[in-house]
Design a protein around this ligand. Structure first.
Ligand code: ZN
Ligand code: FE
Length: 265
């Protein structure tokens, strides 16, 4: 979940935590968009100068609301080739509970940015999906992150690769193999339900393929406002249940513990 430091979210950490308590959650995580080097995507994330303040706010509310809800301190970092060293040193500088690794860019194309949607017009959809999954696979191979954020974000605006595309299916499988190899988990995110695609990230077939590889999931509502806390969780957990998943990942100091879904219901 996010804070206004990323310039596209509202509500302070207390408001997110209070919303979580009101909805009966026992554990939540804050993971605002991390600073990135060299002005990369600066408009959509906190500045490096805001990181200490972010940590202080999350830690303060975590301690204050300790008896009401467990608050995990995380980050959503970007995987973007060439930025790895700077991102790694940011990760190393603090004891995070979890770090999400997300791909929001293919080269210089912010494919999930509404301002860059026109660039789909010149894009082969199949190529875009393959390029996206290749980048996600590379992000896993770095072993820098704990969770793959919104694992098929490329579908956000509804452009669809051909259902029977062998190339896309193969790229997706390679990505899942890399995730398994790295010992990471996939986020199952309700954010897609609030986007033009109106679908959970990832799509059902990827859930099926991940379960076959015994890859686990962490739930994220990707809330950018307190009222979005936990949005769509039932639908996400239902989808997992249909594939026999009974546990969901929780992170503390970057150690993953599986917790029964039943306990959340
Ligand atoms: Zn965001
Ligand atoms: Fe994201």
């Amino acid at each position: 979940m996010h804070t206004p430091r990323c310039n596209h979210a509202v509500g302070n950490v207390r408001a997110y935590a209070q919303a979580a308590v009101a909805r009966g959650f026992t554990e939540i995580g804050m993971s605002d968009h991390s600073p990135m080097p060299d002005g990369f995507d600066a408009a959509w994330r906190m500045d490096a100068s805001e990181l200490p303040d972010y940590l202080q706010e999350v830690e303060t509310i975590r301690d204050e609301m300790e008896s009401d809800v467990i608050i995990r301190v995380g980050l959503e970092a970007d995987f973007h080739p060439g930025t790895e060293a700077a991102v790694q040193s940011m990760i190393d500088a603090y004891t995070w509970d979890y770090v999400i690794g997300s791909v929001h860019f293919i080269g210089d194309w912010g494919f999930d940015n509404p301002d860059e949607i026109h660039r789909w017009d010149n894009m082969d959809v199949e190529d875009a999906y393959v390029a996206y999954f290749d980048l996600v696979a590379r992000s896993a191979a770095t072993c820098m992150f704990d969770i793959i954020g919104h694992p098929d974000l490329i579908k956000k605006f509804g452009q669809r690769a051909p259902v029977r595309s062998q190339r896309v299916d193969q790229a997706e499988s390679n990505m899942l193999d890399a995730v398994k190899e790295a010992g990471m988990v996939l986020e199952i995110s309700s954010a897609g339900l609030r986007k033009p695609v109106q679908e959970i990230y990832p799509h059902e077939r990827m859930v099926e393929k991940a379960v076959k590889r015994r890859i686990s999931f962490a739930f994220g509502s990707d809330a950018h406002a307190p009222e979005e806390v936990g949005h769509g969780m039932e639908a996400c957990l239902d989808m997992l249940s249909r594939y026999g998943v009974q546990d969901i990942a929780s992170f503390e100091k970057r150690q993953c513990t599986m917790k029964p879904i039943r306990a959340l219901a």
